[in-house]
Design a protein around this ligand. Structure first.
Ligand code: XMP
Length: 318
């Protein structure tokens, strides 16, 4: 029978046999899969694992610094690369969801390729691909393989694609990944993190992206997510986030008329993201969250709650 401990034991042995004393490069995202993959490889090959964590400027508030610190605390050999302005430039003027995804995917490849090239003699690229990614590798959701595929049309292959691939999680499911992570002592909170899309807040800002919109949405999202955590609701929800709508609405603040942005809150229950139901969050929670957002975030005067299920809606708005 499958147990997390025996999986770790046999996978570590497999990695050691396959990779030997070669150097391996891995892109960390802050998510569960890449983190568990990194810790497994680290267990197998120690400092021959070189991790790269790219800040695309589209992460949650303070996420880059906090998660980087956490990785360092786990003993991983990780380089944090702040490429926010590179991504912002690549996104300038783009509003179409797929155009934004493509620009972000290409920017990631450019940044990652440059960093990976600085690791001398690297022979392998490790990825946190899990079984559902393997069977959906041509999905519109653009996991690593789909992103790389769209780059094939753009020109020559980036250098890191000449690396051999090692994917220690490719035969297991998410719940198993979490169990493997727990058995290696990875922090519970990290393992319980909600899924977060690769293009990050860029697909939760409908329309074009500006640094100002990103920071508004980061504030809103932080209030919502911290509120869920403080109310003991975070772990009852599969995924949650806020969406910045390309709409202004009229409001009133003191004696003044305001004309500011609308945000939508979204929280869903799901097992695999393929179907999802909106979560019946308590009215008191929604009330407090809405007040907090409108009082604290400049530029937002209205909050709505998304009560659409998937299908026919999707989890993200783009
Ligand atoms: P949808 O919106 O298709 O989302 O219902 C299903 C799950 O996939 C995530 N998602 C993405 N993840 N790149 C990603 O890495 C993407 O472009 C992307 N689009 C959606 C979404 O957050 C949800 O977990």
């Amino acid at each position: 029978t499958w147990t997390a401990n025996s999986f770790v034991e046999s996978t570590v042995a497999d990695i050691q046999e396959k990779v030997g004393t070669d150097k391996v490069v891995l892109g960390l995202s802050g998510g569960v899969d890449s983190t568990v993959a990194a810790v497994l490889l680290h267990k197998a090959i120690g400092s021959n694992l070189h991790c790269i964590f790219v800040n695309n400027g589209l992460l949650r508030k303070n996420e880059f610094t906090e998660v980087l610190k956490q990785y360092e605390g786990m003993g991983l050999n990780v380089k944090g690369v702040d490429a926010s302005s590179h991504f912002m430039t690549a996104l300038a003027g783009l509003s179409d969801p797929e155009a934004k995804r493509k620009a972000i995917g290409n920017a990631f490849i450019e940044v990652f390729d440059k960093e990976a090239n600085q690791i001398e003699d690297a022979k392998w690229l490790a990825q946190g691909t899990i079984y559902p990614d393997v069977i959906e590798s041509v999905s519109v959701n653009g996991g690593p393989s789909a992103t790389i595929k769209s780059h094939h049309n753009v020109g020559g292959l980036p250098d890191f694609m000449k690396l051999k691939i090692v994917e220690p999680l490719r035969m297991i499911f998410k719940d198993e990944v979490r169990r493997v992570g727990a058995s290696m002592g990875i922090d519970k909170e990290l393992l319980g993190r909600h899924p977060f899309p690769g293009p990050g807040l860029a697909i939760r800002i409908l329309g074009d992206i500006t640094p100002e919109k990103v920071s508004i949405l980061q504030e809103v999202d932080a209030i919502f997510i911290n509120g869920l955590k403080n109310s003991g609701l975070y772990n009852k929800v599969w995924q949650a986030g806020a969406i910045l709508l390309p709409v202004n609405s009229v409001g009133v603040m003191g004696d003044e008329r305001t004309y500011e942005k609308v945000v939508a809150l979204r929280a869903v229950e799901s097992t695999d993201g393929m179907t999802a139901d909106w979560v019946n969050l308590p009215y008191e929670f929604l009330q407090k969250t809405s007040n907090d957002i409108i009082n604290k975030v400049k530029g937002v005067n209205r909050v709505v709650y998304d009560i659409s299920s998937k299908p026919p809606a999707t989890i993200e708005w783009e």
